[in-house]
Design a protein around this ligand. Sequence first.
Ligand code: G4F
Length: 364
Amino acid sequence: MILYFAVVHWCVNTLEYKLRFLSVAFSGEWMKKALITGITGQDGFYLTKLLLDKGYSVHGMRQALAHDDRVHLQDMLGDISFHYGDMSDEASLQRVIADVQPDEIYNLAAQSHVGISFSMPEYTKNVNGHGVEKLLRAVYERAPKCRFYQAGTSELFGNAPAPQNENSPFTPESPYAEGKLIAHNAVLNYRKAKGLYAVNGILFNHESPKRGDDFVTQKIVKGAIALKQGRQTCLTLGNLDAQRDWGHAADYVEGMWLMLQQDTPRDYVLASGVSCSVRLFVEDVFAVLGMPIKWQGNGQEEQGIFLENGAVAVNISSAFYRPSEVHVLQGDASLAKRDLGWSAQISRQNLINEMIAAALGEHQ
Ligand code: G4F
């Protein structure tokens, strides 16, 4: 029986892949090749899915010890190849680009945790900043016709007044943002001085069930579920007052792709335009799980209390505060709407519902 289902599954998959291949071939467009650095992360997952659906051949650059079990790339149907390479190893970047000869590169590789960047500033700036200079040099020397997307970030704005758009000043507040600023300027330089089609996507926070466990949204979702299931007694967080503009990663990778399909390269902000505090995100998650909370106390003494029985659900630890904080991020993506026809489609509430459903599925 199992063998029968395995054979049927294989036949259906193979047929679907062949049909997709034929439709691309007959549309007159030959398969485009995309190289994704950081393919094993959240955005790599959604971008790979999108590009395979569009008929691309996808090449992923991964580190020697990358953990790709979280993103399940191996379950994806289509033409994916992997190449070992590292943003700190210029020879490896040169080799991968020379071998693949991509039409498009999406540079998603980074040390992407802002909090951790304070503990590893040199590494973070090397990977997020100087690594991008190395990659751009390799593209310029080995595949200069290739279009280049750089994963920029709303962290560049630091505490510039909200709403932030392409004209807002960059005031980095972390080694993470310092590194990303190096990369941002390198992209501008290769575009203006050397004629590369290179763009910066300045993306606000985007989450999904594939989000890493140490980012606050996933930490809240999985922590609240662990409380509900009695696997944890309390959820410990840092600054509840920080406000973020949270969207869904599936929407944002579409914007990345659109940026590389334009006649003229240009940088764009992608954001939902709606911002909320970490505190409100916590309340919403606990409410969906049917265990509403109220807040009491102030600052690091603040606690989230279960309405039902008065037990402590959330407490605060200075360990999760950052040496300097970006207080309010709220993006204005009207330029992307005008030029790319892009806007965020998935609401924060639907994002929360999807993250909860996926995390519950892992613990049934
Ligand atoms: O989820 P976070 O760690 O994301 P953060 O720092 O905003 O960065 C994310 O978005 C950026 C785009 O704006 C990306 F460039 C970056 O790569 C990453 O994807 O923290 C969100 C907020 C922060 O203000 C943080 O101080 O939540 C606050 N927070 C409060 N308690 C916490 C916690 N953050 C984490 N990670 N863990 C906590 O316990």
